[in-house]
Design a protein around this ligand. Sequence first.
Ligand SMILES: Nc1ncnc2c1ncn2[C@@H]1O[C@H](COP(=O)(O)OP(=O)(O)OP(=O)(O)O)[C@@H](O)[C@H]1O
Ligand SMILES: [Mg+2]
Length: 268
Amino acid sequence: MAGARPGGPAVSASLLEVRGLSRWFGGLAAVQGFEIAVAEGQIVGLIGPNGAGKTTIFNLLSGTLRPSAGEVRLAGASIVGRAPEAIARLGLARTFQDLRLFRRLTARENVVVAAFCRAPNSLVSWTFPRHQKGLAGFARQAEELLEFVGLTDKAGDLAMYLSHGQQRRLEVARALATGPRLLLLDEPAGGLGRMESEIMTRLIQRIRASGVTLVLIEHNMHFLMPLVDRVAVMNFGRKIAEGTPAAIREDPEVVAAYLGTAQARARA
Ligand SMILES: Nc1ncnc2c1ncn2[C@@H]1O[C@H](COP(=O)(O)OP(=O)(O)OP(=O)(O)O)[C@@H](O)[C@H]1O
Ligand SMILES: [Mg+2]
């Protein structure tokens, strides 16, 4: 919750604050009046049926899409209308539901390229000899991140030859390479088998332990519910509920709209 200190600037207790966020596509309200506050250190889940507006919310937060209306604050700073690169530099990173790796680059190269986003210089200037030390730093950081996500032995492999689970973890390493405070993961367990899901669960727990705040979109309730502190539920572009996993599981409107449906049951 934001509050005004008497005589001082507005103070924000939340890392992420979203108010009245809306996006129309022609006559379709993909997201309407979405509100959420995420405190530093939390993991928040975002669930709902296909087409409910979850990915659109990530697109609006990360600057890929411009909101039709609403306010988004990251660590107190308004980020609406800023370019995705600027928002990334302010500490927000995200992964994509449909995996957006450079398929013909190695795992290591994928992470190094992502790290450039945080660099103050243009991409071309990194070819100058005076930046060689900086480049070595990126390479070292890439090795550390690949180790963190368990892909050290795949560092030299082309991304396209990694398994689906390995590719999902490489996406997480790429997102972490920009040094985020807030990480948005769009279906991190999508298409994963049980063993890879468990590896992803532990990875997300270690990311939180490292001080990063997370928002997760997921259809796999078995994966999501034990991980999150709170869940927000979307349906037809609107948030219909928010609460602890236990409260959300019992919410009749959520059960009717999503949790009791064949789609959610199939993935639980
Ligand atoms: N760029 C776009 N142009 C037009 N319509 C869009 C666009 N992006 C999303 N939509 C529409 O907005 C609605 C919300 O889509 P969104 O991708 O956010 O859903 P979702 O909750 O992520 O669904 P899923 O669980 O299937 O990934 C859908 O009706 C979708 O067709
Ligand atoms: Mg989606």
